[in-house]
Write a protein that binds this ligand. Sequence first.
Ligand code: GLN
Length: 445
Amino acid sequence: ESLLGRIERLDGELNSFITVTADQALSAADAADAARAKGDAGPLTGLPLALKDIFCTQGVRTSCGSKMLDTFVSPYDATVVEKLAAAGTISLGKTNMDEFAMGSSNENSFYGPVKNPWDLSAVPGGSSGGSAAAVAAGLVPAALGTDTGGSIRQPAAFCGITGLKPTYGRVSRYGMVAYASSLDQAGPMARSAEDCALLLGTIAGHDLRDSTSVARGVPDYRDELEASLSGLKIGLPKEYFGDGLDPEVETAVRDAIKVYESMGASIREVSLPHTDLAIPAYYVIAPAEASSNLSRYDGVRFGHRCENPADLIDLYKRSRAEGFGEEVKRRILIGTHTLSEGFFDAYYKKAQQVRRLIRQDFLDAFEDVDVLMGPASPTPAFDLGAKKDPVSMYLQDIYTIAINLAGIPGISVPAGFVGNRPVGLQILGPHFAEQQLLNVAHQFQ
Ligand code: GLN
């Protein structure tokens, strides 16, 4: 009740929620109280949280930040939603996001931009900007986000919270509205690594309904939080400290790395030579997959349908023209083009080959070091409305996107401020090294 009151007071300004499910939350709270009274409570029983509006929630609107799905009420729960409910958590609602998770500032939402709680003239980052802002503002202690090219880590960095993108396949994507299926992963956003560990342990695991989820045991991610970091080998990718990095962000990140040195970690420079190719490869692969995934919104099966169509083709055309926003249309056009006959080999296939090289860069680096560290974003949160040109927005993702192409996990932890805007330290590890990332993140906090 106190958090619902806080949302009521503060969220008119922040706009971090698209839908608040107060009634369902209050009855779930009664159920949690009853479970506690019976001695049935687990560590998450009664924990209030929020879900990015990309996760299907039975009986509750799932808009994905789009006019296309403004009236879509999901008939089923996503696997992660089911698991969180089974653990006794209480969803307070669905958080704002860039339309279909396309963006880095949460300014592409049909429901309007979200404001950064640290500075209301700044963006919260994106696309999970609503989840990040809601946690940072103390509207919920934790939230779920998704990360296709940085959408958990960059908003976590901009809002001064901790956000973890798990290894591709660690968490089921069933019931998560698809953007780029070979890159999408759900993950926790919270105030500490320990909270992220609890949530990841709840949502991770194999799911027969997602063939890309991996059949591999789920440890208790809290087990190693206190392990010593003495002897840890940290690599600093030189490409992540080059041109374009804000000097004050660099100072904050290097200061954080010194803290690890003082704990007995050793630091060395490494190289990820194909870093320059990550943004071009991503902006071929992600739009290609998106154009295919978004073909299901045809005005017949899901969401928005235009008025009085003249015929079937008119129905398709106008429903899609009216339902999708500008950035989504831009990506459908790019993706359709790169997948079309005559361009497929030159763009899509080439991008997949480049992706392989990017992945190999990380595998080579992890031969020599345990984890990599660098900034989550080249700048702190920028002003609302500051980035009008889509390419300058795409360049924001320079330090986050390669991680999704490689499928490895990454976490952003708060590492100070530039003025009143937070800075995130990004920590990367080999596939399925979540436990180690959480250990390293926890020791800093
Ligand atoms: N900013 C990137 C994009 O617009 C990544 C978004 C994401 O991770 N969902 O595609």
